[in-house]
Design a protein around this ligand. Structure first.
Ligand SMILES: [Cu+2]
Length: 226
């Protein structure tokens, strides 16, 4: 009787230990799969651009900045921080690129030697104006004056969230069915005070004053994580 009950107790212990072990295994498995689901939901693709100054002899300062484009689910969050731009004025900002998907780069060349790189001189390296970063980027209304305004020190912070579906649809409609392909694009910041004197040789797009479209900073957009 005594031996039997000791045997029973040992058996119970073994059983308890093994079932406990199995529970732990199951728990670990569940934790792992929850982690993976979570990871998928949090998966982000980040693009960045470091902006370098252009036409700093015109602006009298080195306009610099940083931009990030964080794609997560159906949303792209755009953050653009600019420093030392001409103060107290609106700055047009867009990504530019080639409709045929070629890789754009920031313009370096003053083609007509007037010491100013105007927006038409950027086209060979950077392609065309594509998406504006104003209040509603997916409207692709370049002339809509809802771009950010630099403070008295020439700094501004711009932030918006764009629905990817809307962006893709608007982009394809405007650009021959093409994809956005952010990492083939460049980001331009434009604009000098309207009383800036330019020689005749400084050109612009359509009848938009060259002071509005003059590039003051540019950065290549690249993918940060794989
Ligand atoms: Cu632009």
């Amino acid at each position: 009787m005594k031996i039997n009950s000791i045997f029973g107790a040992v058996l119970l212990l073994v059983f308890t230990l093994s079932s406990c072990k199995n529970d732990k295994k199951q728990e670990a498995k569940e934790e792992n799969s929850t982690e993976q689901t979570q990871k998928k939901a949090n998966e982000q693709v980040v693009y960045q651009a470091d902006l370098s100054a252009l036409n700093s002899e015109v602006t009298g300062s080195e306009t610099t900045g940083k931009a990030s484009f964080t794609v997560s689910g159906n949303t792209m969050k755009v953050v653009i921080d600019v420093k030392n731009a001409p103060a107290n004025m609106e700055h047009w900002q867009h990504f530019h690129g080639f409709v045929n998907g070629d890789e754009a780069s920031c313009a370096q060349e003053d083609k007509n030697d007037d010491d100013i790189i105007d927006v038409t001189e950027t086209e060979e390296a950077s392609g065309t104006t594509m998406i504006p970063f104003n209040e509603i980027p997916t409207d692709i209304d370049l002339g809509d004056s809802t771009y950010p305004i630099a403070d008295e020190e020439g700094n501004y912070h711009y932030e918006t969230s764009i629905k990817i579906d809307d962006l893709n649809e608007a982009f394809a409609k405007a650009f021959d069915g093409q994809d956005v392909n952010l990492d083939t694009r460049v980001l331009y910041i434009h604009g000098v005070p309207e009383d800036t004197d330019f020689p005749e040789s400084v050109k612009s797009i359509g009848d938009i004053p060259a002071q509005v479209t003059l590039p003051i900073a540019c950065g290549k957009i690249s993918k940060v994580n794989p």
